[in-house]
Design a protein around this ligand. Structure first.
Ligand SMILES: *[C@@H]1O[C@H](CO)[C@@H](O)[C@H](O)[C@H]1NC(C)=O
Ligand SMILES: *[C@@H]1O[C@H](CO)[C@@H](O)[C@H](O)[C@H]1NC(C)=O
Ligand SMILES: *[C@@H]1O[C@H](CO)[C@@H](O)[C@H](O)[C@H]1NC(C)=O
Ligand SMILES: *[C@@H]1O[C@H](CO)[C@@H](O)[C@H](O)[C@H]1NC(C)=O
Ligand SMILES: *[C@@H]1O[C@H](CO)[C@@H](O)[C@H](O)[C@H]1NC(C)=O
Length: 255
């Protein structure tokens, strides 16, 4: 484990950029849906781990964290008549393919994953004016992803995929010290006979004003327990702080 020496010089720009141009009336609620939730989770997943969880053969999963989704804390399937329409996001498609790929079904119709995310989560997020269309929802998610810039931060912290095992607390501390908030980190538990868990998902939490916030509730209430991938055979769960953590660099590299 390398010491996580961090260079947080971008952070200043980050906080400013996130709030540039915000005026409070942009965030007025459109309807009552959003009253039931208070935060949005921006979930990144690690494609190599996603592939490992699935019986599918993934071909060359990207070796960078990609978007899983942007999820309101406590609501799903809020408007079953508001169907996904890929034409609405045609201007975003090249970024969508690159940063929000369907890791498991890259050779099939890749819009299925986006359709699922929109119908389950986007229709709920759309209660916020700033996210109230497909173009806004997917576009804003891509924007948050680029501003969080997780891939660069991990590299700067010396946390790289490969054969090293990391301490979960070290990964957490590195991220927390850089972002000023604690993300939620999920892992595949060790397989039988193994000691290490495998990192799979990192979720950052945002307020309804799209500012970073802690994922944990200050009051101790837990708004939302699980957002596992339903696509694979394994199950992600919150990482165990005490287990060594594997950050795999390729599917074949580890069994
Ligand atoms: C659900 O979506 C449809 C289509 O966009 C819209 O006409 C309708 O007003 C929405 N319903 C609610 C409750 O938001
Ligand atoms: C999809 O969106 C496009 C562009 O907004 C629109 O022209 C088209 O009618 C929509 N298709 C459906 C089935 O709603
Ligand atoms: C992919 O799915 C969309 C919407 O579900 C559909 O309109 C399109 O024809 C599909 N494309 C292929 C290649 O199956
Ligand atoms: C997140 O929590 C930590 C302590 O748990 C606190 O120091 C920090 O100020 C919090 N950040 C925000 C943005 O609330
Ligand atoms: C974490 O792993 C250790 C060692 O396997 C185990 O004793 C402990 O109960 C686990 N903690 C949780 C919260 O699962």
């Amino acid at each position: 484990m390398k010491p996580a020496k961090l260079h947080c010089w971008i952070l200043g720009c980050f906080s400013v950029a996130l709030c540039c141009g915000c005026t409070s009336d942009q965030f007025l609620l459109r309807d009552s849906h959003s009253k039931s939730w208070r935060k949005l989770y921006l979930a990144h997943h690690w494609p190599v781990t996603v592939c490992k969880m699935s019986a599918n053969d993934c071909q060359d999963p990207p070796e960078y964290w990609t978007i899983h989704g942007l999820w309101p804390g406590k609501a799903e399937d809020c408007n079953r008549t508001w169907h996904f329409n890929v034409t609405e996001i045609k201007d975003l498609l090249s970024d969508m393919r690159r940063y929000w790929p369907d890791v498991l079904h890259s050779s099939l119709n890749r819009t299925q994953f986006w359709k699922h995310e929109w119908e389950k989560h986007g229709t709920c997020a759309a209660a916020l004016q700033i996210l109230n269309s497909q173009k806004k929802y997917f576009g804003k998610t891509l924007e948050l992803y680029q501003r969080v810039d997780l891939n660069s931060y991990l590299l700067k912290a010396g946390i790289k995929p490969g054969s090293t095992y990391y301490k979960m607390t070290a990964i957490k501390e590195a991220l927390t010290s850089c972002y000023g908030v604690t993300p939620k980190i999920q892992c595949l538990p060790p397989e039988e006979g193994e000691k290490a868990q495998t990192i799979g998902q990192i979720e950052f939490c945002f307020t309804k004003d799209l500012e970073l916030r802690n994922c944990t509730e200050p009051t101790g209430g837990s708004e939302r327990m699980q957002a596992g991938l339903q696509l694979g055979t394994g199950e992600l769960s919150v990482c165990n702080d005490t287990l060594p953590t594997y950050y795999p660099s390729q599917v074949q590299g580890h069994k």
